[in-house]
Design a protein. Sequence first.
Length: 556
Amino acid sequence: MSQYPGIEDGANYGVEDAEPANRFAGGGAADSDENRLAQLGYKQELAREWSLIHNFGVSFSIISIITGITTLTQYALVTGGPGVMSVGWIVVNFFTFFVGLGMAEIVSAVPTSGGPYFWAAVLASEEWGPFWSWVTGWSNFLGQVAVTTGKFPFPSITFGGAGLISTVATVKGGYTPTPAKVIGIYAALLLSHAVINTFGVKLLKYLNISSIILHSVGVSCIAIAVLAKAPTHQSAKFVFATYNDSTGDPGWGEVASPAYVAIIGILQAQYTITGYDASAHLSEETKDASRAAPRGVLLSLLVSALFGFFIILAFLFSIQDFDRTITSVYGQPVLQIFVDVFGENGAIALFSIIIICVWHCGLFSLTSNSRMMYGFARDAGLPRWFAHTDKRFKSPIRTVWLAAFLAFCLALPSLGSSVAFAACTSIATIGLYISYGLPIFLGLINSRRFNTLKGPFNLGVFSMPVAIIASLWIAFITVVFCLPNTYPVTRETLNYTPVAVGIVAVGSLGSWVLWARRWFVGPIRAIEAERQGIDPNDEDAITKAEKDGMIGSATK
């Protein structure tokens, strides 16, 4: 039996008229998608309702340039200033596109909800496939949960949205934000996301289109309005060449070299450009997934890069007073820019549009999270009880509410300790990028294996250089994510990312050595189990069948 079922050995896992010899040919798109999924060992249980535009829209909404730019402008202006913010956006998006190319090539070959953990399983050696699948899966799982919560300067979606609502409420006075109030707003937002996701793809499709319009046309109109209405405009030198280092306490002066500050300053862009693995997690619900999902990854990156650059330029050119903006009484430079340009009422109106964009971002982040958890549970990375789809809505309702519950729990430390909260949420981007990088690296070192799996999106001779650049970039930003970004380094200002990464590494490796290696075999061929009369949700029966050699996994 081949390591990758349904290709070399011509297996047909219960799907009539499948053509494993040419796994992307024959029949309509729906038949081809279902056949391809069957070759990977799974039945079509989720509703395949997404088109290319919807698949793109989910990743585009989760990247949500306006969310990242708005919540991280304070960090960017302090850490490098306008020059690093504008030029850094170009540099980061250039190299991140290589990561996207590597991911797109893999998802074209392996279009499943599991995404990175499944990729790691089939791209690694047979012996090490389950191990790399386990480590990648838990990195992606924790990153998915943390990115929904988040705290400045780490990526912040729904919790960041709660903070923005609380901030804009202070403009007119009479409202004082507190951690408890922000948690209450956050809980309400999470509840709305979970309820809408419960009703499945049909409702999400309409909100997907509205999100695309808001994040493109709506945000562009805001940027144009800011530029047109601004009383004065900054010079090109200010936007592209002004350097600012406010990373140290007043009186310390410059405590780091400009090169160091510029390197950590580009993280504003890198924190923003993440979450595009959603196109992979939604692939089992996407029509013609082997072509549409990779296009969704790359289109979301390209469009986000262009719109994001335009928005950054609009905001930077429209700064009226740099010192007032960076030390805004609102604690939010973008809101200060709006107040300076439009007055308080206009600022509240425009900021409300941004908050609606953030809400859409959080909504589809939960969608992506739930699909990853569904796929991981289906293969026993999480309890198999969560690998369930509602028959009416064709939605993984259990993982929808699991994702919402875990995101809420992760925010609770903010009630007592901002330090503990920062430590909990700092895994967000680094966890996601580690899960992106491991499969790309495994495909690089096992290029012969990868070459036998490639789908319609194939980089050909460019596959190896792209993977090398992507792997090196992820290794570089992984180190940068861990560097201190304020001085002096104290208990309150310490970058807790190394601590969080260490805990995740020890946890995933320790759990593997102590117990997971005894039963976790990576992606399980659920259809094969059913043909053997075994309930795919019966963990004990599956484990016994795997040990007895009755069924296999994608790594065998």
